[in-house]
Design a protein around this ligand. Structure first.
Ligand code: CP
Length: 310
């Protein structure tokens, strides 16, 4: 079987294929009758070892709209709390004959570990600081919907890049689709690894926003700042919060994005997050369901005897 562990494993034409596939589900999701039974009889297990609202619910809704039987495992209410290992948990789900698994875990690489052990396709719903591929795909679809294309656009990814799997997946996805990607943030929150990914880095917020077509804000992930320096939230907003004044440095029609959950008044001012024309934040959530339907469909095709990816 083929998994979706990261954008790193995808060719540009495969990314485009998934985005094109997602378009049909955008239309279906806007209709009153939101049903397509192509995954009828298949069991989708969403195993989340880390909290989630958007990703978990959109995978659940995506699976149900495609007719699958969907089961959610929340680690906090599972035998993981009694000391069961990650691999034993994965083998238990495998023995229940899942047809596709969606996994989120706080450790980078944990999803690959599971994918190597189980018999069904595995989709990465976010692993540590590593990757969040369906987030990057839904972000690309949102940009394409609002701007018509991703190619040639200047995208500024701003804030806590160091701890962000969303930033890593988006850098890979958007550069692959021909965008000019910039990373903008304080030097303490930009990793050397990101600098090696071939994007321009800016430690001056205003300069990084200059002429941007898309401003993608990232959540300040204080929960990942273990043992390190944790900035004061008020100070962070003062220097790195996206305010209407700062947004004025970007293009007049620049799109504002945020993967959520947002820290209002920290990395983004409410007036920007809720801006009726500029903010695409709720559209990102809508595209998330369509992208996850496309991924579940494509990755289970071989299992359903339909021509797939492999
Ligand atoms: N963007 C995102 O992954 O949100 P959740 O943590 O709520 O799933």
């Amino acid at each position: 079987h083929r998994d979706l562990l990261g954008i790193a494993g995808l060719q540009p034409h495969e990314i485009m294929f998934l985005l094109d596939q997602a378009e049909q589900w955008v239309s279906l999701n806007r209709a009153t009758e939101k049903r397509d039974d192509r995954l009828h009889g298949l069991t989708l297990i969403n195993a989340f070892f880390e909290n989630s609202t958007r990703t978990l619910l959109s995978f659940e809704i995506a699976g149900k709209r495609l007719g699958a039987d969907v089961v959610n495992m929340h680690a906090a209410q599972s035998s993981v709390k009694k000391g069961e290992t990650l691999i034993d948990t994965a083998m238990t789900l495998n023995a229940m004959r899942a047809d596709v698994m969606v996994i989120r875990h706080a450790s980078s690489g944990a999803v690959r570990l599971i994918a190597d052990k189980v018999d069904c396709p595995v989709l990465n719903a976010g692993d540590g600081r590593h990757e969040h591929p369906t987030q990057a795909l839904l972000d690309a679809l949102t940009i394409r919907h609002r701007k018509g294309t991703v190619h040639g656009l200047t995208v500024a990814i701003c804030g806590d890049v160091l701890h962000s799997r969303v930033a890593r997946s988006n850098i890979l996805c958007l550069t692959s689709l021909g965008a000019d990607v910039r990373v903008v943030g304080p030097p303490t929150l930009i990793s050397a690894e990101v600098e090696r990914m071939g994007v321009k880095t800016f430690t001056d917020f205003n300069a990084g926003l200059d002429g941007a077509d898309v401003v993608m804000m990232l959540r300040l992930q204080t929960e990942r700042m273990t043992g390190g320096f944790v900035p004061s939230l008020r100070e962070y907003h003062q220097f790195w919060g996206l305010t209407p004044e700062r947004l004025a440095r970007a293009k007049p029609d620049a799109l504002v994005m945020h993967p959520g959950p947002m820290n209002r008044g920290v990395e983004i001012a409410s007036s920007v997050a809720d801006h009726p024309e500029r903010s695409a934040i709720t559209e990102q959530v809508e595209m998330g369901v369509a992208v996850r339907m496309a991924c579940l469909d494509v990755l289970t095709r071989r299992r359903r005897g339909v021509e797939g990816w492999e």
